[in-house]
Design a protein around this ligand. Structure first.
Ligand code: TEU
Ligand code: CA
Length: 556
């Protein structure tokens, strides 16, 4: 079952196209030493759950590990103070090597989260940079003189806003200049126009690839370039609660040099066959996230598309987004599919908002069928497979500065970052200590142990879908073709590879749907999301879907 890096570029290098990738938020997956914080030894203990080579396990092929580097944890690891080590909260480099070895032994690959745009303000590079205007690393970050108001008062160089609120410029008294931070003031932006920055960061990439890591999730890539003439951003006249959304981000990100960096990074990882780069770009980046595939083979292998997870639950919206994304990815690139993550929340809560519990449960099952049968690499967020919900928290329980700043007006991010729910023991088996965020009160019902034994549980559905996907070239690598002839509230598509043809029919409505489609061949229903369904024969002239039901059909 284990594997090693391919000797050269071959089909094995394209492993990520048929893989199912699982995001672990290390703070919340499994604590092993009772401090209430997840850690690497804890993840090792849970690898068999992720994939032990038998149908009992979830069957995922790779883990994307949110940052585990030394960090002051102002942004829970996305403020990196040392790119070539492990934060003591999570363990040691030896623990990491052990995790890598144990994962590889099970055929599970590991992607690290690489935060290119900024470091922690406690990183030695920034401590040097801010030490004086003539410091060797002064130009590794963006520094600028203040502007002056008409009354002569000192002001930031321009109107740029930080993603997490307030000006994107922080005054540094010691050297009498401002420095730029697109996110928190504790996350100063690196100056990627400086070749020394690229050189240093590429040494970090080699450090982890030489250790055997299988790739990287690249954080906030469309922020990498800035217009260093510091022009003001134009106003965005749409009403928005956050000051960041009241600007058009024409100059503080999305600059051409980002593509130069990504092409250089791609060239580097090509020296390590089988390495994958998956980029995170904001949905409103010009040209859409697909722009970061470049020609298809000279920038990133995969890029997240957040349109689906930002869309309301509507067949027409989903139909349009899926078709646009499928067409946008250039040949040589490969789509991704994602419905939940550590920033944008859990889809079970999102699609369950405003409907009764039974409908929410049916929608969660339908979303699982959609995610696992679309064309493109599916990314699962830890706990999504058991139907974890977002947790209502009191202000005093909040940890994330972004969530605290906008609470209670915006849901924020802590509610989707609560501990994994393993079983019905105290703290859901996540920790023997006091968890850093509270475990959801529904853990006695929503947990791995209970659902593992329940054949009709959501976990059992995900396990079955992942197995079907891995056994089916049409699902893993086949074409996507929508069949537009069904009801408006239904999404119907074909996945085809060679002589294998699979049809998926999803009823996004809570009404039964009975209809015909102009397909000549009949089929066999392989799976329904409705546990009570005994559907077997499929007749395209007489299709019937129960409310919120989806079916997977093998076409004869
Ligand atoms: O996210 C970038 C990003 O766009 C998100 O910050 C999003 O805008 C925000 O969470 C509001 O929903 C990446 C990481 O995924 C995020 O966790 C980090 O906080 C951020 O970069 C800074 O590194
Ligand atoms: Ca711990």
């Amino acid at each position: 079952m284990s594997f090693s890096r391919p000797a050269s570029h071959s089909a094995a290098s394209l492993w990520y196209q048929s893989a199912v990738i699982y995001q672990i938020y290390p703070w919340s997956f499994q604590d092993s030493n009772g401090d209430g914080i997840g850690d690497l030894p804890g993840i090792i203990r849970r690898l068999d759950y992720l994939n032990d080579g038998t149908p009992n396990s979830l069957g995922v092929d790779a883990i994307w590990l949110s940052p585990v580097y030394p960090s002051p944890m102002k942004d829970f690891g996305y403020d990196v103070a040392d790119y070539c080590n492990i934060d003591p909260r999570f363990g040691t480099l030896a623990d990491f090597d052990h995790l890598l070895e144990e994962a590889h032994r099970r055929g599970i690959r590991i992607l690290m989260d690489l935060v290119l745009n900024h470091t922690s303000d406690q990183h030695p590079w920034f401590l040097d940079s801010r030490s004086s205007r003539s410091a060797p690393k002064r130009n590794w970050y963006y520094w600028s003189d203040p502007s002056r108001s008409i009354t002569g008062r000192r002001c930031p160089p321009n109107n740029w806003q930080a993603v997490f609120g307030g000006s994107a410029w922080e005054w540094d008294e010691a050297t009498g200049q401002y420095y730029l931070h697109s996110f928190l003031k504790e996350q100063p932006d690196l100056n990627w126009r400086n070749p020394d920055v690229q050189k240093a960061m590429f040494e970090v990439v080699r450090f982890w690839l030489d250790r055997g890591v299988d790739g990287f999730r690249l954080d906030a890539i469309n922020w990498l370039g800035k217009d260093v003439r510091w022009p003001n951003n134009p106003r965005n006249w749409k009403m928005a609660f956050r000051s960041y959304l009241r600007q058009i981000h024409r100059y503080d990100r999305d600059q051409p040099e980002t593509h130069e960096v990504l092409r250089a990074l791609r060239a580097l990882v090509e020296e390590y066959p089988g390495t994958v780069l998956v980029g995170e770009a904001s949905s409103d980046t010009p040209g859409g996230p697909a722009a970061f595939y470049g020609s298809g083979t000279d920038e990133l292998h995969l890029v997240f598309n957040f349109q689906l997870l930002k869309s309301r639950w509507d067949a027409g919206q989903f139909r349009r987004i899926i078709a646009e994304w499928d067409a946008a990815v250039p040949p040589g690139g490969w789509p991704t599919q994602v419905l939940s993550n550590h920033d944008y929340g859990r889809h079970c809560s999102r699609y369950g908002r405003g409907v009764d519990a039974a409908t929410a449960e049916r929608r969660a099952r339908l979303a699982a069928l959609l995610l696992m049968t679309l064309r493109g690499t599916p990314f699962l967020y830890y706990g999504e497979e058991i139907g974890m919900r977002e947790v209502r928290l009191r202000y005093s329980q909040l940890q994330d500065p972004y969530t605290r700043r906008y609470w209670p007006f915006l849901q924020g991010r802590d509610p989707c970052r609560t501990p994994m729910q393993w079983d019905a023991s105290p703290h859901a088996g996540f920790t023997t200590g006091c968890p850093w965020l509270p475990v959801s009160p529904d853990y006695a019902r929503i947990n791995v142990a209970r659902e593992m034994e329940e054949p009709t549980s959501l976990l059992s559905l995900y396990r079955r879908l992942i197995r079907l996907r891995k056994a089916s070239p049409a699902l893993a690598l086949g074409s996507y073709r929508e069949l537009p002839d069904g009801p408006e509230d239904c999404l119907i598509y074909l996945r085809e590879a060679g002589d294998q043809r699979l049809l998926v029919a999803l009823n996004f409505s809570s009404r039964p749907q009975a209809f015909a489609i102009p397909l000549k061949e009949r089929g066999t229903v392989v799976l329904s999301t409705d546990p009570s369904s005994d559907l077997h024969h499929f007749d395209p002239q007489r299709i019937r879907l129960e409310p919120d039901e989806g079916i997977l059909v093998q076409i004869e």
